[in-house]
Design a protein. Structure first.
Length: 411
């Protein structure tokens, strides 16, 4: 195995993920991914024929996002038909997994140059649009392993960890304030580009649409918990509620404290992001100037009902692979699927909160499922360069009880 280098990273702004209310809702998801592919190519000045493969994460692979959206986006972008493409789904970790697979490809020598990232148009296809729930409707599996919805899991984790409503709201407010500062100071401009109407050329969106810079502690505190009614839903064969099923597995919780709201959970948005990756041989041959190299990559499975606790152990796994410790990481991007996940991960790893999500996260900016991992990597890379720091770790919780982590080092 040789080194895998990150050449560049580009993303769209995140648009509100409600049909007719967001700037990107009129754009086909294939076209959204096609535009980010072409922007990456434009900036790099390379010939698309040199791309060994395009790898794209996408969670809801049905309807507009079905039929191998990666391949159709390559065609929509006008790239040569010889350029192959594949779509993958590791739930929220899909975009980062695409990058990791690309890095594996170039490090192994199987390919020299790869484009990887992801897309999700949540205004077109909402959460769960692919059907089947968390377990695909497999009754036999459900008898062995019951997977409650992620909101229930997030509230259960907070209950077990003694995380309070004040804790999760404080993290949400910090996310909003950090994102507002980053936007005001232009920290995202290096990776961003203006998405345009493919027919008229008119600009649809040139900056993130979801953040609420005027958020206050009082406003967040006034929001009602989002998963109370869900927890009361009857789902078991003997009339058990979802909360009851979770408590049967974790009786020490006694009662689930429902703390997560629309204000301290990730936002529903549209967006796409891609990263170009190259082998050491290709970098030398083409005289490229990489922005970073990937030090380590890891995935890990954890208990599927609790579901969202893997970011800490998968980060430790990646750190062991790199011969590093948590204190060696300058910047952390811990996906803000739910505020409680970030609080739990930060505490478990014993890391300084001031190194975590310094430019906000998915609570403020939104979480376009299949694209988020590639976006977080690009955000971390931009911030390393802005501050002159060296290392960043990107980690995400994943449905079904998994986690993913990637360590990058600035070149």
């Amino acid at each position: 195995m040789t080194a895998s280098y990150i050449i560049d990273a580009v993303r769209t702004p995140r648009g509100r993920g409600k049909m007719g209310k967001g700037a990107l809702t009129g754009l086909h998801p294939q076209e959204l991914l096609a535009q980010v592919l072409n922007e990456l190519k434009r900036r790099g000045g390379w010939d698309a024929r040199e791309v060994g493969d395009v790898i794209a994460g996408c969670v809801s692979q049905v309807n507009e996002q079905g039929a191998n959206i990666a391949r159709n986006a390559v065609l929509a972008a006008g790239w040569p038909q010889e350029v192959s493409a594949v779509s993958l789904n590791r739930f929220c970790g899909s975009g980062l997994q695409a990058v990791n697979f690309g890095a594996m490809g170039v490090a192994s020598g199987a390919m020299d140059f790869v484009v990887a990232g992801g897309v999700e148009s949540m205004s077109h296809l909402s959460l769960g649009a692919d059907g089947g729930g968390q377990d695909g409707g497999n009754v036999r599996l459900r008898e062995r392993v019951f997977q409650v919805p992620q909101g229930i899991s997030a509230d259960l984790i907070a209950t077990l960890e003694g995380i309070t409503r004040e804790d999760v709201d404080a993290l949400a407010l910090r996310s909003q304030k950090n994102a507002a500062r980053a936007i005001e100071q232009g920290r995202f401009t290096k990776s961003l580009f203006a998405v345009k109407d493919p027919g008229t050329g008119a600009v649809l969106l040139e900056r993130d649409e979801f953040p609420r810079p005027d958020a206050t502690a009082e406003g967040l505190a006034a929001l009602k918990p989002a998963f109370v009614a869900m927890g009361e839903t009857v789902a078991g064969p003997n009339g058990e509620t979802l909360d009851g099923i979770a408590l049967a597995a974790y009786p020490q919780a006694k009662r689930i404290q429902h703390l997560h709201t629309a204000g301290n959970s990730s936002g529903i948005v549209d967006g796409a992001a891609v990263v170009s990756l190259a082998s050491e041989r290709y970098v030398k041959e083409k005289g490229l100037k990489p922005r970073a190299r990937i030090r380590a990559m890891a995935t890990l499975g954890t208990e599927p009902l609790l579901m969202l606790t893997a970011p800490a152990p998968v980060s430790e796994k990646a750190l062991r692979m790199a011969g590093m410790k948590p204190g060696d990481i300058d910047l952390w991007e811990i996906n803000e699927a739910f505020a409680g996940v970030v609080v739990q991960t930060t505490r478990a790893l014993g890391i300084d909160p001031d190194r975590v999500n310094v430019n906000g996260g998915s609570i403020a900016l939104g979480h376009p499922l299949g694209a988020t991992g590639a976006m977080l990597l690009g955000t971390a890379l931009d911030e390393l360069e802005r501050t002159g720091k060296a290392t960043a770790l990107i980690t995400m919780c994943i449905g079904g009880g998994q986690g993913i982590a990637t360590i990058v080092e600035r070149v």
